[in-house]
Ligand binder design. Sequence first.
Ligand code: LLP
Length: 442
Amino acid sequence: MDADVVAGPPGPPWSRTAARDDRGVVTVGGVAVDALAGAHGTPLLVVDGDDLRARCRAFVAAFGPDAVVYASKAWCTTAVLQVVAAEGLLVDVASGGELATALAAGVDPARLVLHGNAKSAAELDRALEVGVGRIVVDAVEELDLLDGLARARGVRAPVLLRITPGIDAHTHAYVRTGHDDAKFGFTLSLGLADAALARALDLDGLELRGVHAHVGSQVVDPDAFVANAEVLVDLLARWRAEHDLELDDLDLGGGMGVAYAAGDPEPDVAALGAAVRAAVADRAAAHGLPLPRVLVEPGRAIVGPSALTLYRTVAVKDLPGLSRWVAVDGGMGDNIRPALYGAAHAVTLAGRAPVGPAGPVMLVGKHCESGDVLATGAPLPGDVAAGDLVAVATTGAYTESMASNYNRLPRPAAVLVEDGTVRPILRRETEEDLLRRDVPLP
Ligand code: LLP
């Protein structure tokens, strides 16, 4: 294990302002993590505000204003949505709860995109009530349901059809969505997209605005996004020829990958934007099609690398000839990704300078389950001991948003750190919160 890996920040996969101070303590936005842990406890999500804003700006610069839709499933909490909306992003919501959070954050409903493969009537009706700008329809039943709801309200629902484009993005099976036999969307190769269009054109309550396709998540190959764009432009051109139909919106979904380990390629957002926009322009010109409005829906690439999770070590166990186990005060409840996807997040000793050669250790949580592993082969130094602070990188996306209360552990707090200022954005859950929904028997 080389010394740089042990050292952790600065540099990817750690967020932009992450560094070490002269004591060797990790800092974010100029604030040392031992101070953060002291004031806010652990486990603690620490969001690097500069990093988050810079990521938003890079996407807007690459894809244009009003083209970038933050996929809030990555991390849907009021303050995060406030930051991304202030940076000019639209917001994708995939449930009534995400919609409620976006409204609480003050996001203009016209700048919301509603997703979901099994939306309820209540979710769709609420979207119509508040005036959500785009509803991405995923099923024939939904077309009919939405039409009825819209007509009852005397409005026309702004609809994008979710297409399954037949593109295999070569990512983890649980986050692949573009291949034909998928849970989401209308499979193009089987004629389902054409059938959905025909149905939609019959329904007066719907205003068809465009098409959408999402090829998968943690995709690092730009070709997958370009291929997706080309398939959708071809579809718009064919539909125009067959139905004399002009559709504006070409929503290419999200899925842009990020670096999880030092040395991982971090896809270049500017180059990706240029490649996708050029492909759309060329293909549209070849078909004589007016240039459609390109939308993208990054979640992970906006918020993933901007946060780290800070834990305190509780116990260290050496098994000679076997493994070294370091247990911390959180685990799979606050980060299910290693257990669910085999995700490898970078780890570093955070509360002091590492001494001596590093790991590898099994970094494990406090849940009653052997699969509660946060990192395999984590590079922690030989003198790691109970009470040390450990940081896990790239935890802004799909950690808090997928957190559970397994073992009735309260979910962590989060702070946003910017230019030396620390703002709590999520309070730590309490045992009272955990008991709030319980209905005792008399
Ligand atoms: N748009 C749609 C329609 C999506 O389904 C998703 C992600 C996104 C955008 C945003 O994708 P992103 O840019 O964040 O990759 N829990 C998994 C990821 C699941 C992604 C689900 N859909 C993980 O932790 O890796």
